[in-house]
Write a protein that binds this ligand. Sequence first.
Ligand SMILES: Nc1nc2c(c(=O)[nH]1)N[C@H]1C(S)=C(S)[C@@H](COP(=O)(O)OP(=O)(O)OC[C@H]3O[C@@H](n4cnc5c(=O)[nH]c(N)nc54)[C@H](O)[C@@H]3O)O[C@H]1N2
Ligand SMILES: Nc1nc2c(c(=O)[nH]1)N[C@H]1C(S)=C(S)[C@@H](COP(=O)(O)OP(=O)(O)OC[C@H]3O[C@@H](n4cnc5c(=O)[nH]c(N)nc54)[C@H](O)[C@@H]3O)O[C@H]1N2
Ligand code: SF4
Ligand SMILES: [Mo]
Length: 710
Amino acid sequence: MTDSHAAERIHHRACNLCEAICGLEIRVAGNEILSIRPDDADPLSHGHICPKAVALKDLYEDGDRLRKPIRRTSDGWVEMEWDAAFDLVASKLCEVVEQHGGDAVANYLGNPTVHNYGGLTHGPRFLSTIKTKNRFSATSVDQLPHQLLAYWMYGHQLMVPIADIDRCDYLLVLGANPMASNGSLMTVPAFPKRLKAMQARGGKMLLLDPRRTETAEVADEHLFIRPGTDAAFLAGLLKVVDKENLGNPGKLADFEDGLEVALADIGALKLEALAAHCGIPVPTIERIAREFAAAPRAAAYGRMGVSTQARGTLCQWLIQLLNIVTGNLDREGGAMFTRPAVDLIDNPTSKPGSFGRWKSRVRGLPEFGGELPVAALAEEILNEGEGQVRALITVAGNPVLSTPNGAQLDRALDSLAFMVSIDFYLNETTRHADVILPPTCALEHDHYDLIFHAFAVRNTARYSEALFERPADARHDWEIFEALGDRIAARLGAKRAPHPRPDQIIDMGLKIGPYGGMNKHPLNLSLAALKAAPHGIDLGALEPCLPARLQTKGKFLLCAPPEMIAELADFAAHLSGQHSEAGLSLIGRRHVRSNNSWMHNSQRLVKGPVRNRLLMHPADLAARGLLDGAKVRVASRVGAVEIEVESSDSMMPGVVSLPHGWGHDRAGTRMGIAEAHAGVSPNDLTDELRLDPVCGNAALNGVPVTVAAA
Ligand SMILES: Nc1nc2c(c(=O)[nH]1)N[C@H]1C(S)=C(S)[C@@H](COP(=O)(O)OP(=O)(O)OC[C@H]3O[C@@H](n4cnc5c(=O)[nH]c(N)nc54)[C@H](O)[C@@H]3O)O[C@H]1N2
Ligand SMILES: Nc1nc2c(c(=O)[nH]1)N[C@H]1C(S)=C(S)[C@@H](COP(=O)(O)OP(=O)(O)OC[C@H]3O[C@@H](n4cnc5c(=O)[nH]c(N)nc54)[C@H](O)[C@@H]3O)O[C@H]1N2
Ligand code: SF4
Ligand SMILES: [Mo]
């Protein structure tokens, strides 16, 4: 080793690409990444990683990644200096506010915001400088039902119970594919190992999914279920548990409220009708109910397939009730609450949640946690009148590819008076911006996972230093937020107190947190303590914490939110075994080498077989005279796409599947590799009018479509 620049060093950090937050060991020499490997000493991931981790190198090196602000001109995009860009953006946004009021400026926060702690510590502070009802995020194409029910039942939107897979005996999974997704609202790195360990203990995993997925292959049992009908199956389980007296809430009985009311309404449903609706026979429902109730420790868990469908909130409520009535909520091996080192629940700045404080202007969709359902964004831009959206701020999001009827939004964005995107790619959404402000990428900033430690199957804490120093001419997300926020507040005459840096906020959060010195905890956690433990610190298995941790009034477990009782009645009124034979139902799909819409510019991830294809059962192909590999036209109420079809008996007959995040052939983007693997976007088919009626979450799954030769 002669050249000190090229001296090899080893860096440890957590991967922030998905919810699994795996520990990485990265070897570097100077600015060159030599290897990215699992960190075997990580107390949560125990040496697990997936192929995407290595793509962090591609992201860092990507020549298409923007490094300086760019501005649209009649001669194309022109680079700008940061201060000039901040001045321009602030003044354009303020002009709109001054002429049309704050509601005329909308914002959209994308998924990576929650994987980047500076976005969480400083994003809301920036956005609050413009008072607007038109705040949107990826929450309403994702986990909105979980947060809403956590707020209604447990008193806080972040009190989402986590399946304690490491001690569970019976895991009932609906509409999740952790073998591809690596787990969601259940940070569960090394899912395959953890599942195997459970099975070795004699445990069992049962999966319901309209596709025989990678997860179905490792499950003990897999059942097909017709998209959008899970609520009938879940209500059936609850009815059997109740009718056969298999329930035993245990200690929960002392502080539950409304369980009997909910069970009575569910009990009034006919088991035969429920079975006919979901296509799972009565004896199977009975058997599973008995197995679940008899298991010493069981957990029911449902994810995207049952979160983003027309009865998403109903499904998630029934899942909670099943865990409660069998005494598995807050029981070791059941569905438990975490105790993260920076606790966003028991915290002076805690935001428990809110619902329906205002409604969207055009369609009257309800607010949750200060945001409106993103399915309403396009119409808020397109429909004239007072409060019309005329300017948009997007942060770490690609709603053109990720929200229902993305093609309509694509057109709507063209009509904005001004748009700014905080993003390092010129993609399908940001191509509409007037200015793009590109932040540093993951390896150039430090990280503490504020959100996913709080949803993990074990309590751990880990801080990652920046691997590479921020280039002098680059800005972190939080620095961009501060620079814009300061300028906007000054011009609009808003008060603005100084704010600590993200690492200072985390340090304070750790100190006042449950393992911090200010709570007299022997671990005395602080940022310094985490820096001294670069592999992370184990804080132990999840522990029972109810009723103390409940954030509801009187610390009751509120089992029968009135909105859910009403939704159940509506569901009952529409219960029917009649399903149209002619139509097909479109669902989504994830692949381990893909990550929503933005990792398709990595050659190593997109190489290999084409993954953006329509999967369809051979009988459905035959019925339409289609051949495997043919180009087909898939059409829905809102649009059509042309794509290759792949015959697959892993699909339930009557159901077709297409992964989201593709459709990179739109003009004017700058992602060369992604463009060469364009594919089509299923959100050109999903319908902005098909929503979960309880909260306006998008029903991305179960979309009625037709398929014919192209
Ligand atoms: N590799 C990879 N990992 C990711 C992501 C990624 O894009 N790629 N994205 C991350 C994000 S943002 C999230 S939110 C998570 C999501 O994590 P998951 O929810 O685990 O992932 P999905 O693959 O969307 O799984 C949904 C499953 O539901 C099934 N399904 C569809 N409709 C229905 C239905 O009506 N009923 C039932 N029972 N099942 C249905 C689908 O066939 C699919 O297998 O993954 C995260 N991890
Ligand atoms: N049909 C269908 N649609 C879906 C889904 C589905 O299953 N089916 N899944 C939904 C789900 S669960 C989700 S979470 C959404 C995701 O949807 P979005 O959050 O809207 O989009 P992403 O594809 O995650 O794009 C993230 C953007 O952030 C940028 N980015 C990445 N890291 C950073 C960063 O650190 N800072 C900044 N400023 N920018 C960054 C990327 O360049 C990219 O432009 O899609 C949803 N859409
Ligand atoms: S599973 Fe998720 S967190 Fe783990 S290495 Fe892959 S992308 Fe990163
Ligand atoms: Mo998501």
